[in-house]
Ligand binder design. Structure first.
Ligand SMILES: Nc1nc2c(ncn2[C@@H]2O[C@H](COP(=O)(O)OP(=O)(O)OP(=O)(O)O)[C@@H](O)[C@H]2O)c(=O)[nH]1
Ligand SMILES: [Mg+2]
Length: 165
């Protein structure tokens, strides 16, 4: 049985080197160091997946099965390298999916648009542009994640009490 806590996981899927593990880390969803991800990796808040599982169709079943544990899937594209996304890939995924074009710090508008078009081909209707390195676009993405319940609301700090007496 899946508990509600297990269900509130963020999952990342996308080509090798797209920055999935780095993104999870900067979003505060994983402690893992961004080195090569070799297997599907579950943590308390996230499901990280190896790029090869997206690039080699015989591994799709592992992504589909793991997606049952996720509440939100980020389909991550790397605009520095053209990778074809399977048409309507998201139909097989068992959770809400959105697109993320990462590495927005590295490429021109033209390449960002191409990566976004690939994500839309894969079936996402919403795409965020971010850079896991500069932080660009991350606040918008976090806002979406909060609305989906996969990230806690920011803690409101009370104003410090004034001097007593
Ligand atoms: N410039 C730039 N580099 C990035 C960004 N995000 C990740 N990287 C770099 O891209 C490389 C790959 O990042 P990872 O997070 O390991 O990529 P991954 O998608 O998890 O790769 P696999 O585990 O092999 O599937 C690392 O050197 C990161 O520092 C980004 O937004 N901008
Ligand atoms: Mg990784």
């Amino acid at each position: 049985m899946t508990t509600s806590q297990e269900k509130h996981k963020l999952m990342v899927i996308g080509p090798s080197g797209a920055g999935k593990t780095t993104l999870l880390k900067v979003l505060g969803m994983s402690e893992a160091s961004p080195c090569k991800t070799e297997a599907v990796c579950y943590s308390s808040k996230a499901v990280d997946t190896p790029g090869e599982f997206f690039e080699i169709p015989r591994f799709y079943h592992a992504l589909i099965t793991s997606s049952t544990k996720a509440h939100l899937v980020l389909l991550v594209a790397d605009p520095t390298r053209h990778v074809r996304f399977p048409s309507m890939f998201t139909r097989a995924i068992r959770a809400r999916s959105i697109g993320v074009v990462n590495k927005s710090d590295l490429v021109s508008e033209d390449l960002l648009l191409k990566a976004e078009a690939e994500l839309r081909r894969a079936g996402v209707s919403q795409v965020f542009r971010v850079s896991a390195v500069t932080g660009e676009g991350l606040e918008e993405l976090k806002g979406y994640m909060r609305a989906c319940g996969v990230m806690d609301q920011p803690v409101k700090t009370e104003p410090a009490p004034g001097p007593q007496g």
